[in-house]
Design a protein around this ligand. Sequence first.
Ligand SMILES: *[C@@H]1O[C@H](CO)[C@@H](O)[C@H](O)[C@H]1NC(C)=O
Ligand SMILES: *[C@@H]1O[C@H](CO)[C@@H](O)[C@H](O)[C@H]1NC(C)=O
Ligand SMILES: *[C@@H]1O[C@H](CO)[C@@H](O)[C@H](O)[C@H]1NC(C)=O
Length: 936
Amino acid sequence: MMTRLGFGLILLLAVLATEVWTQNPPPGFVTTECLGNLMMIMLDKSFLVGKHFRIDIIDVKGTPVSISPRLATQCGYSLTIDFLGNVRFLASVLSCFIQNTNDETYRLAVLIRVSPNDDMSLASSYTQTMTCVYSQWAAREILCERNYMEVSVRRGIPLIDSKVSRDEPDWANIYPEATAADNAIWQVVFHLAQNKKKEMTVAQAMLSGYGINTTPTRIMLRAAYNATETRPQLIQTVPMAVLRSTTFYKQRWMVLMVDTAIACPTDGTSFTDEMIVWRVPRVIPPLVPTTPLTSLNVQMGIDGRKLDPTTVNNRRYVLDVGPELITIKIPVGADGGYYKSNVLNNTYAISYSIAPMLEHTWQDVDEKTKHTILHPITTPLMPRPPFVINNTVPKDRVFNVTLGIFLPDVDLVDVTFGLETLTVPEANLKGYNIQEHVFPNGSKTYTLQVPFEDPDVKKEVTPPDTRTYILPLTYLLNIVPENKPFTHHAEVQASVQDIILPTVTGYCDVAGFYVLVQYGNMGRNWIPYVGSRELGGSLLALYKYNVNSTNFWITMPYNAIDATYEVIKSSEIRSRLDLTLKDIETMLVLTSFSLSCSFPTKMIDCFSNGTMAALAVKVESVPGLLPNQLTLRDPSCRPLQSDAVRAVFYFNVNSCGTTRRFDNNLLTYENEVLSTTFGPSYRLSIVCHYVVNDTKVVQFSYQNNPALVIQPGLGDLVVVMRLALDSTYKDFYGTQDYPVVKYLRTPLYFEVELLYSRDPQAELFLENCWATYSADRDSLPKWDVVVDSCENSADTYKTVFHPVSSNARVVFPSHLKRFEVKMFSFTRDRTALKGQIYFHCGVVICDANRQSDSLCRRQCIPGKQRLGRSVEGKAEVAVKALVSSGPIRLEQYGFYPSEVKTTQAVLWSPLVATLVCAVVLFISGIVAFIHIQKHI
Ligand SMILES: *[C@@H]1O[C@H](CO)[C@@H](O)[C@H](O)[C@H]1NC(C)=O
Ligand SMILES: *[C@@H]1O[C@H](CO)[C@@H](O)[C@H](O)[C@H]1NC(C)=O
Ligand SMILES: *[C@@H]1O[C@H](CO)[C@@H](O)[C@H](O)[C@H]1NC(C)=O
């Protein structure tokens, strides 16, 4: 039972598989059109997308016949698919399997199958029939289709060609077979080169690929362009395929021969960038044995459809009929044709295709021939490299890139951004927004957007503040339906001034520099340097390096080793901090910053004891200087201390080549710091001014090297006047002993000393000494005790000078002077004035070796004040000072003094004298002579 059931099933399946169940095509899928002697069936592409299709011819018995390319050529069919995918199926009205009624009405039936699969399984099948009428046959009609040449000739007509008549002896030989045939062709004779012939029976010709047929009124021969018996031939420079043949047939009791020659152009096209030119010979000798020939009608068309002259004009086609050639010109890109994409050397290229048709009807002798050529033309490939338009607006920080222009048959498959390849949906998922933009004519572009901050975007820095964003793109595109991929590479760039450079700011206080470095927006891609040293290691602590994520700051003393002394000016040093930021990779300087400030600095110390201290520093203008090689004028006087930038000198004014000068009441010592190695380029003048009064003298001393100018130091000379207890000058009255009380005529032992100085060459002299009644040394009355370094000659009791010798207390005797006077009192109107008196001295300090000035070489008392001084050189001014004693009070004995010496002196100045005169003149009766007396 099982077997029988199985058998039944198989049978049923077999029936289902072979049975063709057809239906009418869906609306819009199939259209038909009669094009004269051609019948056209078109299938719309939209029903065929992604599908496979087949067209079979249904013969008169209703059986589908599948059509191979060879059968199509032999039977008169052609099939083309245009650039959009629409299918055009053309059949000659004389093609096989057509139902031909009296050569007037033709009925074609086809089976159309559409399947999602290559093997046509699960196909939908549709039957389409069409009927055309074509009855205006010319005596001879030649059709040149893309894959075949066809000729049909009215039976019995035309007359046999005279050349063909020479075949008559052969005709006799084959006569027996002709008698056997009935109303049929039995032989075709092909005329080959050098008058050779080739005879074929119908069966043989069909086997060789020829199509041969008779219809109610005509005889038809169809051949492939490459059939063995065709010959290529140049006619008016146009290459043509020529087949010359005579067809023998018997019609009832007549045996007839028909000239079935065919000639079709195989080329004749030429191209320029703008124009397609197609030439066809007007007279084709193999078809026209006798000339002249009259062209009755020449008409052009496109895709098998004839066009009226207006359309030809509108489309800027040109149809020109010359005596030798018929020329058709079609501008590249004109309506009626189409562009198609292609790939040439991996770059995009396009071609333009158009299928012009030429129908030429002529008359020779008395018969008409209609010669129809369908001649599809495709231009050579024209490269159309895609272009990339960078529409990026840098401030938006998004790349906006357009790629174009492509024909509709191009698809974008994927894009490689840098190293990352993404399909279009993947890229859009990442936000790159790939879009297709289609123009009205069907061509299209693609746009995409990639943010600058995307990892696929490369960045390059152009100093100082510009960043260039670079996006390398590789587009992979594909041409459909042929599936021809190609790539296009582009690199788009955008530059933005968006770098915030590190900034350095700073200020100075009295001690040094304070510097703040802010990083900017590129992070810390640099190394900081102070001076010539990298800011790192031990320098971090040294300069109090402080850091956070956006900045760092340092504090550097003005005299740090990494600072540079620019110049030394009077009482300040100008010091500079150089800070540079160098690129971490290239070591190029990104930012350089200098902060230069003046710092008040005491460069010279002048001590009262005659010690001078000087600071010498290395300056920028003498770069190689070694401070420890600096010396004073005396090269053996070297720095007490030194480091890389500084040298400190301590020396006595009496040593190291120091010179001494008395000038404008100043005692001036001078020396210089010199470099033996660098010669005059380093010369620092060191000057100490010593003053004894309150006048502050500020004086700059300019020397050879103007860069190094320091304010002279100022020192004090201290001169004191003391009262000794006795002539030994060992003990003195102390501050607490004043006022000292003395009896009249008691000797007073004064000593005047230049204190502290350790300059043995300085010598102190008394110039004038006097006593006053009040503490004011300029007050009146006054009494001179030393005048111009001499005793007051007017005095009864002359002043006595005492020599000074060295002892434990007196190191430099020249610094001291001693004199003795007797205690006295002032009187007025012979009355001794009670109270205190004060002693004052004006002193001079001279150079002990150079007694050249007048003050220091008074002749009066050289033996006492300045023994053995020589007179030499030019006049110099000594330093003068004033000193005073404390008050000394006269102790009264209680009796009127017996002896009074009176000296009358009017000591007023002229102004005072004038005033007194005025008093004398205007205040009558008052005579005001004031007697100033010294009462002893
Ligand atoms: C003509 O061309 C077709 C297709 O190229 C080929 O199959 C056929 O063999 C050729 N015929 C001859 C006779 O060369
Ligand atoms: C990209 O550039 C095109 C052309 O300038 C412009 O029309 C479009 O708006 C731009 N797209 C974006 C996102 O900026
Ligand atoms: C001079 O005085 C200074 C400061 O008081 C001192 O440093 C120096 O040693 C003294 N010089 C001499 C030679 O006493």
